[in-house]
Design a protein around this ligand. Structure first.
Ligand SMILES: NC(=O)c1ccc[n+]([C@@H]2O[C@H](COP(=O)([O-])OP(=O)(O)OC[C@H]3O[C@@H](n4cnc5c(N)ncnc54)[C@H](OP(=O)(O)O)[C@@H]3O)[C@@H](O)[C@H]2O)c1
Length: 337
């Protein structure tokens, strides 16, 4: 299969290149695209050097499968044209997620939605994917009615430049030299702050709204209640989330643990005696989402509290996108591409 990665030099693009090789995706040809800034640069694909190109004007990427990972404005402007040239577009950005004709897919949760695509399949927001890896199996077993979520989001959620900013600001703070933040509004060194997305009139920011709207769409529960507080923290990689969830009936912690123990893509890390629970450093580079601290919620009778950590560049973005493409192949390439 001829594939293209748009945004191939970014944090997600780099992970996509690695994963396609690692998972022996059936690749016969690759084309890697970036902004004109990186065009001409050499990047690695399974030990082979490939020249990065600027996007062609005519929208023909010469690929049957396009991984789109260059930001929402690029996807909004071009993804339809890439699809019209015959490609299936798996889009990592927020551009098409809430479009009624575009399936929004976490393969462990709603792989069958792939069959309804019209050229574009959207990869959900990273915090939403990680939350649903735990909440969807619980929903299937007990009927999720509401969730309160607090996120602890790594700087790489803002791309490769977020990583550089944490290093630069931390080094400056340790050296006692002045440094101005460039990527985030506030210093990320030894600090944390409300997620760097716009706050709406209701007081929720864009990231928090994604958790509500995308969860409803993926689970197919239009009246699901989700209240999120999204926070940027000074970790390089892997987001963590504290979740409090209520269901159609009271759920015990043993019942919840049993469901999560057999959930695909989930690893239980729930060692009360050893005080070992999910951590971003353990989740970094892992495919599975780590879930633990499973307990009956003392403030929400019948509800469950838990804590998770997951690699948001991997399962929250690149891995989920590759899994969508794999599921599309396994399902016989629905959509005629
Ligand atoms: N990072 C995460 O954890 C994460 C998780 C889920 C979803 N996402 C989404 O995935 C997308 C990419 O994120 P990222 O973290 O990989 O960002 P990034 O590290 O900033 O990389 C952005 C990539 O897009 C390319 N690009 C920028 N403008 C372009 C243009 N006009 N035309 C073509 N290519 C262009 C960049 O090329 P240059 O090298 O030339 O600048 C680079 O390859 C975003 O929509 C983001 O919201 C990210």
């Amino acid at each position: 299969m001829n594939i293209a990665i748009v945004g191939s030099t970014g944090a997600v693009g780099q992970e996509l290149r690695q994963l396609l090789h690692e998972r022996s995706f059936p690749v016969t040809g690759v084309r890697f695209f970036s902004s004109p800034r990186s065009a001409g640069k050499q990047v690695d694909f399974g030990g082979t050097s490939v020249t990065v190109e600027a996007l062609p004007e005519d929208g023909n990427l010469g690929a049957e499968l396009v991984f789109s990972s260059a930001g929402g404005s690029v996807a909004k402007a071009h993804a339809r044209a890439w699809a019209e040239h015959g490609a299936l577009v798996v889009d990592n950005t927020s551009a098409w997620r809430m479009d009624p004709n575009t399936p929004l897919v976490v393969p462990e949760v709603n792989a069958d939605a792939i069959d309804t695509h019209a050229g574009i399949i959207a990869n959900p927001n990273c915090s939403t994917i990680l939350a649903l890896m735990a909440l969807a199996p619980l929903h299937r077993a007990f009927g999720l009615t509401r969730a309160t979520v607090a996120t602890y989001q790594a700087v790489s959620g803002a791309g490769a430049k977020g990583l550089d900013e944490l290093t630069r600001m931390t080094r400056a703070a340790l050296d006692g030299t002045p440094a101005e933040p460039e990527v985030f509004e506030h210093s990320v060194a030894f600090n944390l702050f409300s997620h760097d997305s716009d706050v709406g009139e209701d007081g929720y920011n864009v990231e928090e709204r994604k958790l509500l709207l995308e969860s409803r769409k993926i689970l197919g529960v239009p009246d699901l209640a989700v209240s999120a507080t999204c926070v940027r923290v000074p970790t390089y990689r892997a987001h963590a989330e504290a979740i409090h969830a209520a269901f159609e009936r009271p759920v015990s912690d043993d019942e919840a643990r049993a469901v999560l123990a057999s959930a695909p893509g989930v690893t239980l890390v729930d060692d009360r005696a050893g005080n070992r629970f999910p951590m971003p450093l353990d989740a970094s580079g892992q495919d599975n989402v780590l879930v633990g601290r499973i307990r009956e919620d003392a403030s929400l009778p019948g509800g469950i509290a838990l804590f998770l950590a997951g690699d948001q560049i991997r399962k929250g973005a690149a891995l989920n996108a590759v899994q969508i493409a794999e599921a599309w192949l396994e399902r016989g390439r629905p959509g005629g591409r």
